[in-house]
Design a protein around this ligand. Structure first.
Ligand SMILES: NC(=O)c1ccc[n+]([C@@H]2O[C@H](COP(=O)([O-])OP(=O)(O)OC[C@H]3O[C@@H](n4cnc5c(N)ncnc54)[C@H](OP(=O)(O)O)[C@@H]3O)[C@@H](O)[C@H]2O)c1
Length: 282
């Protein structure tokens, strides 16, 4: 049996490989993929099979999936190019005849209106049309999206365009453990898991940071154009800034809210909370 993990050079894929190893999956039955296999040498040194594969290169995917029983398909990071890339992944998985594909989608991919959901929705459709046994891991936001910005929040406050919307963020490590669970236990084919942790508003995020830092941190809610302009002013490319501001509008509509039950059930513990993540980061 081999489990192929794409995106293993990235944050989430790497944590999934680690979680599989912790669960006792033999290293030589895990195949870790990245565009640059030299970035996977630390895993290779521990016995994990490493291969180079690029979502834009169908031949590399076919070679990388050879012999795969299960495929952990971590969505790509090049927004706008992902559907074409993901189609190549689905075609190669079909050719390899993998017994299960687990795909990291987005919360409420079938109904969310935010721009970021469109490529996930289309990928889910491609996967369904392939006829491959499929489990959808519809992840809400990572807590790290916020804790990675604590220095900015402490200096300038929290800004966004999310209103009073609640986001069910969990740690990448929680989502990774959920993925490892579906890859190593039976009964997940055909399931759609809406995954996320304890929900909070961005005002509550600012309040928690105020409590823990002893400083008064405020959340400033901006119109979507104003938030896009703010992100551009700090150096984000305009198109990406617009996608992020649009995602906050989705957050405001409840598109990143999910009950914590699915994730908690899969990982057998309470997902990391915002307070814990801020404490660990501070
Ligand atoms: N839920 C959330 O809050 C959230 C936030 C951001 C992203 N995401 C999604 O979740 C995914 C995993 O998150 P992450 O934090 O692990 O992101 P990450 O650290 O940026 O990792 C992305 C991974 O995708 C790989 N990748 C990108 N384009 C590829 C291509 N053309 N061919 C092969 N591999 C490719 C990258 O490989 P290289 O090392 O070669 O670049 C990397 O291993 C992201 O890619 C994105 O789809 C979710």
């Amino acid at each position: 049996m081999s489990i192929v993990v794409t995106g293993a050079t990235g944050h989430l894929g790497r944590l999934i490989v680690e979680s599989l190893l912790r669960r006792g999956v033999p290293a030589d039955q895990i195949v870790a993929l990245g565009r640059d296999a030299t970035r996977l040498t630390a895993l290779a040194d521990r016995g994990v099979v490493v291969r180079a594969a690029d979502y834009t290169d169908p031949a590399s995917l076919r070679a990388a999936f050879d012999g795969a029983e299960k495929l952990m398909f971590v969505s790509g990071s090049e927004v706008g190019q992902r559907l074409a890339q993901h189609r190549n992944v689905v075609a190669a998985a079909r050719e390899a005849g993998v017994g299960l594909v687990a795909y990291t989608s987005i919360a409420h991919a079938d109904s969310a209106r935010m721009t970021l959901a469109a490529e996930h929705r289309a990928t889910e459709e491609e996967l369904r049309a392939s006829g491959l046994p499929l489990v959808l891991l519809r992840n809400s936001w990572y807590l790290e999206n916020y804790t990675g910005q604590l220095p900015t929040y402490l200096a300038h406050g929290v800004a966004g365009s999310a209103g009073d919307g609640r986001v069910s963020a969990a740690a990448r490590a929680d989502y990774a453990d959920a993925a490892a669970e579906v890859l190593t236990t039976d009964g997940h084919a055909g399931q759609v898991y809406e995954l996320g942790g304890e929900a909070f508003t961005l005002t509550e995020l600012a309040d928690e940071l105020s409590r823990q830092s002893g400083r008064e941190i405020r959340y400033t809610d901006l119109p979507v154009d104003g938030y896009t302009a703010l992100l551009v002013s700090v150096g984000l490319p305009e198109a990406y800034a617009a996608v992020l501001a649009d995602a906050d509008q989705g957050l405001a509509r409840g598109e990143l809210y999910v009950p914590a039950a699915d994730l908690e059930k899969l990982i057998g513990r309470r997902p990391t909370t915002l307070a814990e993540a801020i404490r660990a980061t501070l």
